[in-house]
Write a new protein. Sequence first.
Length: 263
Amino acid sequence: MFLTDREFWNKNYALGGKDYPNSFITRLDYELPELLHEFMESKRGGQIIEMGCGDSYWLAYWAKKYDFQVYGIDFSEERLNSAKYKLFKRGLDSNGLICCDFMDIPDGFKNKFDIVYSHGVIEHFEKPDEILAVFKEYLKLDGIMITTVPHLKSIWGKLQEKISRKIIDGTVCMDLEDLKTYHNQSGLNIIQSTYYRWLDLGMINFQPFPVLITKLIYGLILCLNVFINLCFRIYQPKFSDTFYSDMLVVSKKCREKRIVGYR
């Protein structure tokens, strides 16, 4: 069961607009590529698909950096066209982006991909493990699943609830152990799991506010992140898990199920 509606995603689209990662001003764009480099490099030149790819700027980045053939699925034609345009701007092929329901696997997509990537998708379904099991069907044997979701079973969830109860009601709140459990239940072998983005207010959804106010808030957060990014490049201390705003699990589709998750 899908827990959010088109209005939610259309509002997110209205607040978007970034065309490419900027590691200097955005914590996500600084930390995520570093965490994923080893896995992306291991599949260089292969095929990658992003689930729920509408308005995403990551496909253009992965294609440029690792020579991937890129594919994507989203249920919104408008959001999908935004992702296609970002590929077009960098001279990349966007024919692999399809408007459909990823629960109904398109012809030729089963067991096709070296990497299946989703960013803030599975938590919007009542049973995330069942969604991961569907995503696994897209993977080749020994293909890699990359899943990132917000850390809302923490202070971040409480803060988000204060801003909008509706957003929390449309999300399965989880911590890293929950996320790993969902991957194990779907038959994936975990090869890495971690929290990331310490104290990054950019993960909070300020949708209930007017668009202009929301953009102003995100602008202030970006300014704060510039300072924090510079500090982290010099020194990376260990912080309490509670204050990390996002979580990442990297897993693999194998013949035999082996639980090898670690932090």
